[in-house]
Write a protein that binds this ligand. Structure first.
Ligand code: DX5
Ligand code: ZN
Length: 219
């Protein structure tokens, strides 16, 4: 059985109870923390910058910081999120039109000693990832339109997961598959069955008992 990782998305954290919720995350079986960066251009919402990541790094010292950039110019912020404590940085292929530039940014992330990931939106064909799979550490399939938490899971995105699982296993590539959007105890099972390794979950984890909710996502 593959190892399944839960990555709670702190987009849905209750910021009036920051310390308590970070402690609950640390105590839970979640090993990652998913940090959604939005710039109000690439997606119609605004979230956090590197200084906030620094705060999370201190509040959740044992969690692997998974930074999901939903911004128009990922290049501009890679080194600043590195300095702020990111362990992995992923960016959208839709934000970087030139393929040579995508290779260059993956290389830049690796040079900083971080893991690199590529993300695709629901309308983007999974085949755009083909030429990068052997270079990256993670591929992130969006199962909602990026921008907001609490949306419904788009089940048709699981076809992309099945395709990637097959290619990754056949070629024995060491790239993990992450899914993001609309994950709850029911959709998590479907995603795992389709071949996902890392489950991002925001609203589901932070509504009620964090530790219990994380546990319910695991097989
Ligand atoms: C959406 C973000 C997600 C979001 C998921 O653009 O990338 O990480 O927090 O939220 P839920 O789990 O509530 O769909
Ligand atoms: Zn995300």
């Amino acid at each position: 059985m593959r190892k399944i990782t839960v990555a709670p998305s702190v987009l849905s954290l209750d910021y009036a109870h920051f310390n308590e919720q970070c402690k609950a995350l640390e105590k839970s079986e979640a090993q990652w923390c998913h940090f959604d960066v939005m710039d109000g251009h690439f997606v119609p919402n605004l979230t956090f910058g590197p200084d906030i990541l620094k705060g999370f790094r201190k509040a959740c010292p044992t969690l692997f910081m998974d930074v999901h950039l939903m911004i128009e110019d990922p290049e501009m912020f890679i080194s600043r999120f590195h300095a702020a404590g990111a362990d992995l940085i992923s960016f959208h292929v839709e934000a970087v039109k030139d393929k040579a530039k995508i290779h260059e940014l993956i290389h830049k992330i690796h040079e900083l000693g971080l893991q690199a990931g590529l993300v695709i939106k629901p309308k983007t064909d999974a085949h755009v990832l083909d030429e990068f799979l052997e270079e990256i550490d993670l591929v992130l399939i969006m199962s909602v339109e990026p921008g907001f938490g609490g949306q419904s899971f788009m089940e048709d995105q699981l076809d992309k997961v099945r395709y990637l699982r097959r290619i990754i296993d056949e070629k024995q590539i060491s790239c993990v598959i992450e899914i993001d959007g609309g994950i709850n105890d029911v959709t998590a099972k479907k995603a795992i069955e389709a071949g996902v390794d890392v489950l991002v979950a925001g609203s589901y984890v932070f509504k009620g008992d964090i530790e219990e909710n994380v546990r319910k996502l695991l097989p």
